[in-house]
Design a binder for this molecule. Structure first.
Ligand code: AMP
Length: 114
């Protein structure tokens, strides 16, 4: 039985995703259960389980993921604003143990989150 996460299967091309961007370091694709008109996930190709498992040498990669979220927001015409969310661990609401950013936009978002 494969212990790959669903995101690793997307990286490996084993299951499809609605890709909006990709490069040598990361992929961005539409969330299968969108919580806003635009809901895109940005994930590193490298298998990192969560933000809390990143190391000092991952800082450039983390910066790149945030930059890609910004660029995808511009590509999706989110001029009115958007939110970038990174859930970490069980109490942070992280369900898939592969680091990912959520890019949410296209409606008025409220605060605080649930
Ligand atoms: P999190 O709760 O932060 O781990 O977020 C995981 C996200 O992955 C959720 O918003 C899910 O809707 C999304 N998701 C799960 N499976 C897929 C998939 N096959 N393609 C796209 N998004 C997915």
């Amino acid at each position: 039985m494969s212990d790959k996460t669903i995101f690793k299967k997307i990286i490996d091309g084993e299951i499809p995703a609605d890709l909006v961007y990709e490069d040598e370091l990361c992929l961005a694709f539409r969330d299968v259960s969108p919580q806003a008109p635009t809901h895109v996930l940005v994930i590193p190709r490298q298998e990192i389980r969560s933000l809390s498992e990143t190391r000092a040498e991952d800082v450039p990669l983390l910066g790149h993921l945030v930059k890609v979220a910004r660029d995808v927001a511009a590509q999706c015409n989110l001029e009115e604003g958007y939110r970038v969310v990174l859930n970490c661990g069980p109490q942070g609401g992280q369900e898939i143990p592969h680091l990912h950013l959520h890019l949410l936009g296209g409606r008025q978002l409220t605060w605080p989150p649930g």
